[in-house]
Write a protein that binds this ligand. Structure first.
Ligand code: ATP
Ligand code: MG
Length: 300
């Protein structure tokens, strides 16, 4: 009952809502080396929600699995121009970016299976850590020259590892968005992720910080989910979004139809939660995380 009432309230509050434009393009890397915690689902649905709210959004699918491309209904068969050609062959992003069929303000740089070789191929290339950043900088200039509107948000979807693809994603972004699944072991490995981010700050990208944590697959009926959520909020009070994303069948069905849940079932509780999370993200701007929180001491 409480959930139904909350959804009804959200539906009214969020209907036709326009989100505020950020002062500059916000680039967020969605990372967590744990697999299956909702990185891709979060990247594509926040992106779709913001695009629905009138903002211009690019999703960079930086994972050889290509799940973000699938969920956005983007062609990504082997051989399709993709992030692989951008990273390894120096191709311009504009040659590979596709417009999302469901949202005119949403674009995607797809990933194909070719990307699975990139971790190794990148090792021997010059400036291997900064290739994605250079490509995005160039793409921003190209868009301006072509008279396209400025991008408001860029989301980079990462694979569940901390290799060179993820390093490139940490160099291109200023913000890291960490989705945390409200399950046992959720915080395990988080200290390793935070340490990696600290290393990135020290050596490759001093501006990088964890700006946002989103609790996903939250089941309010279980004590465990509530405990995990409370623990995360205690350690990261400033960056954890108030909105949690519930476990919802509609969310997991949507990619099978090449859609985000925002277009597949925009009135469902999962879609409303992502819309609310997108509103929060847009309205609170880039919050900073206290350095103490990134030293990993608090996490298991
Ligand atoms: N809120 C949700 N409710 C129900 N199912 C969900 C929800 N969020 C994600 N899922 C499902 O959980 C699985 C993992 O999600 P997702 O692919 O987004 O995780 P990931 O962190 O990107 O995984 P990987 O590490 O493999 O890239 C998927 O099958 C997805 O559909
Ligand atoms: Mg993924």
């Amino acid at each position: 009952m409480a959930e139904l009432a909350r959804d009804a309230r959200r539906r009214i509050q969020l209907r036709g809502r326009r989100f505020p434009k950020p002062g500059t393009t916000r680039v967020l890397t969605v990372a967590n080396q744990k697999g299956g915690v909702g990185k891709t689902t979060t990247a594509v649905n926040l992106a779709a929600a913001l695009a629905k709210g009138g903002l211009n959004v690019l999703v960079i699918d930086n994972d050889p699995q290509g799940n973000a491309s699938t969920a956005l209904g983007i062609e990504h068969r082997a051989g399709t121009p993709s992030v692989y050609e951008v990273l390894v062959d120096d191709a311009p992003m504009s040659a590979a970016v596709q417009q999302c069929p469901d949202f005119p303000r949403l674009w995607c740089l797809p990933a194909t299976i070719d990307l699975s070789g990139a971790e190794i191929e990148l090792v021997s290339l010059v400036s291997r850590e900064t290739r994605l950043r250079r490509a995005l900088d160039e793409y921003v200039v190209t868009r301006e020259r072509d008279g396209l509107e400025r991008l408001d948000y860029v989301f980079v979807d990462c694979p569940p590892s901390l290799g060179l693809l993820t390093v490139n994603a940490f160099v291109v972004a200023r913000e890291v968005l960490i989705p945390i699944q409200c399950e046992y072991y959720a915080l395990e490995g988080l200290s390793q992720l935070l340490k990696t981010i600290e290393l990135m700050r020290a050596h490759l990208n001093p501006e990088l910080r964890v700006s946002t944590i989103l609790l996903t697959m939250y089941d309010a009926r279980t004590n465990l989910a509530q405990q995990v959520a409370a623990e995360v909020r205690e350690h990261f009070p400033e960056v954890t979004l108030r909105t949690t994303v519930p476990r919802s069948v509609r969310v997991s069905e949507a990619p099978g139809y090449g859609q985000t849940v925002m277009s597949y079932d925009s009135g469902s509780s999962g879609a409303l939660a992502y819309l609310e999370a997108a509103r929060e993200l847009a309205e609170r701007g880039a919050a900073t995380v206290a350095h103490a929180a990134t030293d990993g001491e608090h996490t298991r």
